[in-house]
Design a protein around this ligand. Structure first.
Ligand SMILES: Cc1cc2nc3c(=O)[nH]c(=O)nc-3n(C[C@H](O)[C@H](O)[C@H](O)COP(=O)(O)OP(=O)(O)OC[C@H]3O[C@@H](n4cnc5c(N)ncnc54)[C@H](O)[C@@H]3O)c2cc1C
Length: 385
């Protein structure tokens, strides 16, 4: 008999969160009126705007859950959920602070030295610090323990050699957080890995663009060619890198970004369905909204569970697997009910969003752990493997 306990019970938002939501909505309304951004698809990946991130930081909406002594705001995961959900639903440009805010700040808080915490956390919380996650490599994505980037011991530190790929916003990065091998691979595949922090700019780091299908520059290949990293910039213990990068998977996988990447297209679909009055289109859109609401309740339940001190990795994997399939389906249903030639520069937001949603769709189920891998985790979590 299967024996598992999945914590995904829906719960209402506390009153404090409702007031916070109003505040964020008012801010976004002002920003939109001032023309500071155009609502966009996949804004947490494409919407790179350091000034916008700084404005969020000055309102206390970056590094929200970090302690006040490190520039944070001692807020809960649910409060962060509310802010993030509003920003993503509006299609606001949040990519500049995303990786630092969502996960790396927490790794530093948990595993970092006092010096690292004081040096990096306040800058992340100001929304003025770009973190590049240097994990994936050519031929190494899902099987991350096989990384070939290596660091050799030198006096007082490490010398780093290797190539990372699919690096989001590495061309803007203030630091790279690099998973590498610090001792040869033995029987224990996850042993001998470490995480090094590389401060930029650095003459021995080359950042080369890899363009998206849309022509946008988001990704990079990053080459570390003998970069010297002092001992003070090892994040966590030497040899404990696997633990460092996997400790915040629940944060990385369960948030509203795992089902809201195509939300602006859904809004445009609803507008079209209302305008045309076609029953079949309205039904299809309503079904998508029903799925969205379920996903949202699940994601919120994970945030609540984290606030209660749990580590809901299984639940987070479920949210991500289901949420990213939903994001893809939004584009597919859009094409079926309102056939249109996707055109990136269209003045019609539906056509424009459709083009981006379709061209970005291979990424939804890949980034942050491919769905096939997540299904393996879920199967193990419920005792099927
Ligand atoms: C938009 C985007 C942003 C990204 N940003 C970053 C970043 O900033 N930093 C970073 O380090 N990485 C980043 N990545 C890389 C991302 O983490 C990897 O793409 C992901 O881990 C998958 O690895 P891969 O691309 O090598 O695919 P592979 O691992 O080669 O997988 C290819 C296919 O094979 C399947 N597969 C692989 N292994 C198995 C298995 N054991 N069982 C069943 N199926 C399997 C996968 O599910 C997938 O469908 C980003 C990716 C995207 C799309």
């Amino acid at each position: 008999m299967l024996d598992f306990n999945i914590r995904l019970r829906p719960e209402p938002l506390p009153d404090a969160c409702i007031a916070l939501r109003r505040e964020v909505r008012a801010f976004l309304k002002d920003e939109l009126e001032a023309g500071s951004f155009e609502p966009m698809i996949d804004s947490w990946l494409r919407g790179f705007d350091r000034d916008f991130s700084r404005r969020l930081g000055s309102r206390g909406w970056v590094g929200m859950t970090l302690p006040g002594r490190y520039g944070g705001h001692d807020r809960s995961q649910i409060e962060r959920f509310v802010v993030v959900e509003e920003l993503l639903a509006a299609g606001a440009p949040v990519a500049a602070h995303w990786i630092g805010d969502r996960q790396v700040a927490h790794s530093i808080l948990r595993f970092g030295s006092e010096e690292q915490k004081q040096k990096f956390l306040p800058r992340i919380a100001r929304g003025d610090f770009v973190v590049g996650a240097g994990y994936s490599e050519p031929d190494v994505g899902s099987d991350l323990a096989s990384v070939r980037t290596r660091a050799e011991r030198i006096d007082g530190g490490w010398r780093l050699f290797g190539t990372k790929v699919w690096n989001s916003h590495g061309h803007h990065a203030d630091i790279f957080v690099v998973l590498c091998r610090t001792s040869p691979r033995g029987e224990q595949r996850h042993a001998g890995l470490s995480v090094l922090i590389v401060e930029m700019p650095n003459p021995n780091v080359q950042v080369r663009p890899i363009l998206l299908m849309t022509g946008e520059h988001h990704f990079n290949e990053v080459v570390f060619d003998g970069v010297e990293v002092p001992d003070e910039m090892v994040l966590g213990e030497v040899g404990q890198g696997w633990r460092v990068i996997t400790s915040d998977l629940a944060l990385e996988r369960s948030g509203p970004e795992r089902f809201l990447s195509t939300y602006r297209l859904l809004v445009e679909m609803q507008r079209r369905a209302d305008e045309t009055g076609a029953q079949s289109a309205r039904r299809a859109v309503a079904e998508l909204f029903a799925r969205l609401w379920t996903l949202r309740s699940m994601s919120l339940a994970v945030a609540i569970s984290m606030d209660r001190g749990h580590t809901p990795e299984l639940e987070a994997a479920i949210v991500k697997e289901m949420g990213t399939r939903f994001e893809k389906d939004v584009g597919e249903v859009a094409r079926q009910i309102f056939p249109a030639e996707p055109f990136l520069d269209s003045t019609d937001p539906f056509v424009r969003h459709l083009a981006v949603a379709v061209m970005h769709s291979p990424a939804y189920t890949l980034r942050g752990g491919a769905n096939e891998i997540l299904r393996g985790i879920i199967a193990r979590g419920i005792g099927l493997r």
